[in-house]
Design a protein around this ligand. Sequence first.
Ligand code: GLV
Length: 327
Amino acid sequence: MPKPKVFVTRIIPDKGLDLVKDFCDADIWPGELPPSRADMLERGRGVEGVLCLLTDKIDGELLDAAGPQLKVISNQAVGYDNIVVPDATVRGIPVGNTPGILTDATADFAFALMMAAGRRIVEGERYVRAGLWKTWSPSLLLGADFSGATLGLVGFGRIGQAMAKRAQGFDLRVRYYDPGQPPIPELNASPAESLEMLLRESDFVSLHVPLTAQTRHMINAETLAQMKPSAVLINTARGPVVDQRALYAALKAHQLFAAALDVTDPEPLPADHPLLELDNCLIVPHIASASRITRDKMAQMAAENLIAGLKGERLPNCVNPEVYGGV
Ligand code: GLV
């Protein structure tokens, strides 16, 4: 029997790619950069499955261009705002993602960003490299205190909870804003009544929400003004959760102490973007889940979702279980 044809939109770690190659007739995009829209439409035509990344937009137009034989979309990411899921659902196509396995790596990284921005590590490193280090100084590069400070988590799902766990070791007080999410006693984190209350009380604010119509620009001029001038904002969620113009204005005016961004809007952030002129803004290229083992596991899980879909089995991790006529 011929193997099912699939399009894999980038070279992913072997742990996943080997599984895909064994089971499928795989067209693997060889470029370092993502396929263009035209390439996506062209290479997707006639395939039974697509294994894609968060850089690839998947919508009704692409699903129709692929054709009625398309059985599955598998995203190698936990976030799936790159996919218009209802467009897949109405066509009966399951969409897979990779939850759980990147929780620790992402929380580790968000914590590292919080420490780095709060204690000005990157600024310090630049200072040394620039030859500016002349002596020990009582007031050189003073940063934030952690012990006894309040960490505010916007979103208290898997990654937010993993942040709370880490915060215990640093004697941080943890509050969270996530309506409907009950407290987890062993994590010692208390819910805030409103986003405004969380922002007003927190010394560090870390974002852990998916990008949706409700969370787009959740952090804007108004909500930034509710934060303490000494506060640090950490974003490892999605760039558009923050209104970057408002963030630039707040950082420039020192209405906020610092920000650390793993995600931006757009990605990549243009090299001449005004945020890059600010010493109190630390920006890295969307690498929170980029640890070796985590990326292997993500590739493997994405391959397993793809193969399950091709076999007509339920995806191990499906974001639109409605396609199975239930949940
Ligand atoms: C990374 O941002 C992911 O959603 O997996």
